[in-house]
Design a protein around this ligand. Structure first.
Ligand SMILES: *Cc1c(COP(=O)(O)O)cnc(C)c1O
Length: 400
């Protein structure tokens, strides 16, 4: 970001060109550096590099030229100063939390979380003497109650998985900053295209590259974004010495994925909006949760902090698990899969898959019923998708 001209680039230009670091061969596309180690001209240069006095790569667990291009591109899209890429989204969440927490610390998090994030917060952190309070993220008074002097970290995702609850970025970040707590936002569902938590003052933003960034179901990846100071003071040594580094190949896929992410996501959001409106009119559907619908309980907040409703729709079918399974098994185009953000439309039954492990009590608290399904809308023709969904819904109409 040293070049003033590049600082003024708009997001589409950044998506295609930010971070590009061509080798002396002048390749058009970003080069894939499939090497683990690096060589030095002299022993003195090796010494200087380990001292941090000589810029350059040391070992691909620390950094790699292809990964560095991805990190720079994503940092510029996210509006954050710096980025450290990780092997998966969960490696990013884990590192972002553990690199700064220690025994005796207090964390406040929203209750509606991705299943594995829920596991880290409720199972792993307490094991190391870190106290965690969960709140209903949409209820500001609960954040107010739990965020207190000494709270170290506030963690949430918005929209949440799978109920799509929104959290008021500005309000919660301000509450956290009043007591000098750091805010870590899992921005996977939104991507930097729909919302940029760093613009609201979030201290750390985490992503799963596996979802919309790749967008074509190929690889796992993740990233932690923050100030350079946070990376230097907290994250860098944690990452270097625990080893969840992103592979160069995955970074290369993600560099290409970022080039088209805005275009893909815009189309997926358009499809999702159309499909959400269609689902609302179906007898077999009890309730549709989609931030772009006027009926969405937090529609005003969605309009204020997101540029579109996203690519995921969650809906409750009339009936329970049997009806939901009957519906899923009746789909011909939409695949049953727990991934999301893909070009292919995917659907899952959270209560028996992604949120099975959180248990029935916690599922009830966040509103995940047995008739709930989560649809990730892809890039197929929306007419074909609506025909497919309609036909499968008819299988429920037959039994209710
Ligand atoms: C998928 C996901 C993750 C984890 O990402 P992986 O790349 O699968 O490890 C974290 N948070 C949210 C909200 C997700 O959807």
């Amino acid at each position: 970001m040293s070049d003033d001209g590049k600082n003024r680039w708009r997001s589409r230009t950044r998506a295609v060109r930010a971070g590009l670091d061509r080798s002396p061969h002048g390749e058009t596309s970003e080069a894939l550096f499939l090497n683990s180690g690096f060589v030095y001209d002299t022993a003195e240069q090796a010494e200087a590099r380990f001292l941090g006095d000589d810029e350059g790569f040391i070992y691909s667990r620390y950094g790699n030229p292809t990964v560095a291009m991805f990190e720079e591109r994503l940092a510029q899209l996210d509006g954050s100063e710096a980025c450290f890429a990780t092997a998966s989204g969960m490696a990013a969440v884990f590192a972002a939390l553990l690199c700064q927490l220690q025994s005796g610390d207090h964390v406040v998090a929203s209750r509606a979380l991705f299943g594995s994030c829920h596991y880290i917060l409720t199972q792993l952190l307490p094991r190391y003497g870190i106290e965690v309070d969960l709140v209903d993220g949409a209820d500001l008074s609960q954040w107010q109650d739990k965020i207190k002097d000494g709270t170290k970290v506030v963690f949430f995702e918005t929209p949440s998985n799978p109920t799509l609850d929104l959290i008021d970025l500005k309000a919660v970040i301000d509450l956290a900053h009043d007591v000098d707590a750091r805010v870590v936002v899992d921005n996977v569902f939104s991507t930097p295209i729909l919302q940029r938590p760093a613009d609201y003052g979030a201290d750390v933003v985490v992503y799963s590259g596996t979802k919309h960034m790749d967008g074509q179901g190929r690889i796992l990846g993740g990233a932690v974004l923050s100030s350079q100071a946070f990376i230097t003071d907290h994250l860098m040594n944690f990452m270097r010495h625990t080893g969840p580094a992103m592979s160069a190949f995955n970074a290369w896929i993600l560099l290409k994925g970022l080039e088209t992410m805005e275009l893909r996501l815009a189309e997926q959001c358009r499809n999702a909006q159309t499909i959400a409106e269609m689902l609302e009119a179906q007898d077999a559907v009890e309730r549709v949760l989609y931030p772009g619908l006027k009926s969405f309980p937090q529609y005003a907040l969605a309009q204020a902090q997101m540029t579109a409703g996203g690519s995921v729709i969650t809906f409750d079918l009339r009936g329970g698990k049997d009806e939901a399974f009957r519906f899923l098994n009746g789909l011909q185009i939409v695949d049953i899969s727990n991934n999301l953000g893909d070009a292919k439309s995917l659907i899952t039954h959270p209560a028996t898959t992604t949120h099975r492990a959180v248990g029935p009590e916690e599922r009830a608290k966040v509103g995940i019923g047995d008739g709930m399904v989560r649809l990730s809308v892809g890039l197929e023709d929306p007419e074909d998708l609506m025909e497919d969904l309609g036909a499968a819904l008819n299988r429920i109409n037959d039994v209710i």
